[in-house]
Write a protein that binds this ligand. Sequence first.
Ligand code: ZN
Length: 76
Amino acid sequence: MPLYEYKCADCGAVFDTFRSFKEADDPIPCKTCRGVHTRRLLSRVFASVDGRAVSGSSSGGCSGCSGGSCAGCGGH
Ligand SMILES: [Zn+2]
């Protein structure tokens, strides 16, 4: 089941929840204030994975590590 992220317009809270695809755009009450003025955001989970793969960001780690030393990129 995919993970969806929602933002509450009432209190500003962002929360995520697992829902089936057909439920993704159904209204969901805020987990913080129980308000119903929530809207779905694009999944930050997939976005961050793509960002790291494409940009290679930070300090030159390989795809197998997060920038520290590892066998995959020869260490530092
Ligand atoms: Zn709220």
